[in-house]
Ligand binder design. Structure first.
Ligand SMILES: *Cc1c(COP(=O)(O)O)cnc(C)c1O
Length: 339
């Protein structure tokens, strides 16, 4: 595997920290928890999409694009970070916003939506759940081409074989940090949403022969569908990179027990996780992704999935701007108060 052969832009200086969470570990009384701080990546409140975009935007530039079209939910970190990258590259950026929860896009909303406008999005079109999003983006691309633009479509979450390379490269970054710190990690816990992150981590781990299991915590789709989606894209990425270690079905680990009623809908476990991290480590999680993923890791610790002597690395993928759209829900009830 030689990522230097692939075109890449850089949106973060250096590497993100890999921190030991002493207080959080103590409260849970389980394995020792470490965190890869990808919430500190570049871009506006950076997160995992920043890594994927380094490869996807490089591809857009290679194709001669001057305009980006992408898609996401109202709280989409992917849309915000794509826009930030487009700004950097002097490109226009247009969004199709999918209301996965009915009427969830508000023209005048604060938080993420405010940031879309501040960063100078060219257009936002809200569509109802179930709309053919690729067809919407293609129709817009046709329109823009007539105006002489050169549009490039980025799929939801930048989760294709190109975007996933961001997390293949993250594995190399993590392995070098572990070597540097002389640290043995037994498991890595990652989000499994539009799949690019999970896929990149899995393909990368097989590519470096690192032998650390990657545990995916689902946030939207049921286990069977998610497992299949992760498996298929991982195969493609491994093939692109010429990784010869075989991918076993058992390498794809997905838990769907922490989704609750659906994508972006709050759960008590999410609220507890958000409060616990904020009140033990001063670190912000988000309600849609990392809060649920952390609820998953807490659940696994409480059900004794890990040994006490294990070292577990949690991949923090960012997303804190969404917190401001959930203020009342997060503070309504205390699930964790400092002893
Ligand atoms: C998009 C996103 C995820 C999920 O990553 P995928 O690659 O889509 O599976 C996790 N956390 C945050 C904060 C995100 O924005």
């Amino acid at each position: 595997m030689n990522l230097a052969k692939v075109a890449r832009r850089r949106y973060t200086e250096g590497v993100t920290p890999l921190e030991k969470l002493d207080n959080f570990t103590k409260v849970l009384n389980g394995p020792t928890i470490y965190m890869k701080r990808d919430d500190l990546l570049g871009g506006t409140s950076g997160g995992n999409k920043t890594r994927k975009l380094e490869f996807v935007m490089a591809d857009a530039i290679k194709q001669g694009a001057d305009t980006i079209i992408t898609v996401g939910a109202p709280q989409s970190n992917h849309c915000r970070l794509t826009l930030a990258a487009a700004v950097k590259e002097n490109m226009d950026c247009h969004f199709i916003i999918e209301e996965r929860v009915p009427n969830s896009y508000k023209e005048e909303a604060s938080g993420n939506n405010f940031l879309f406008k501040l960063l100078g999005v060219k257009s936002i079109k809200a569509v109802v759940k179930g709309t053919d999003l690729m067809a919407e983006m293609e129709a817009l691309a046709t329109e823009l081409k007539k105006q002489g633009k050169k549009p490039y479509i980025i799929p939801g979450g930048a989760s294709n074989n190109i975007g996933a390379l961001g997390y293949v490269s993250c594995v190399e970054e993590i392995m070098s940090q572990l070597f540097d710190k002389n640290l043995q990690i037994d498991y890595i816990v990652v989000p499994s949403g539009s799949t690019g992150t999970h896929v990149g981590m899995l393909a990368g781990m097989l590519g470096v022969n690192g032998n650390i299991p990657i545990i995916g915590i689902g946030v939207n789709r049921l286990k069977d569908i998610q497992t299949e989606a992760v498996y298929t894209l991982t195969k493609t990425v491994m093939n692109d990179l010429g990784i010869r270690t075989p991918l076993q079905q058992s390498d794809v680990i997905v838990y769907d027990e922490y989704i609750g009623d659906g994508y972006s809908l709050p759960t008590d476990g999410m609220i507890e996780a958000v409060q616990m991290l904020a009140r033990t480590e001063g670190i912000l999680l988000d309600p849609v992704y990392t809060g649920k993923v952390m609820a998953g890791m807490i659940g696994l610790i409480r059900s004794n999935f890990f040994k006490k002597t294990d070292n577990v690395l949690f991949l923090h993928t960012g997303g804190s701007p969404a917190l401001y759209a959930y203020e009342n829900i997060i503070l309504e009830k205390d699930f964790y108060t400092k002893k």
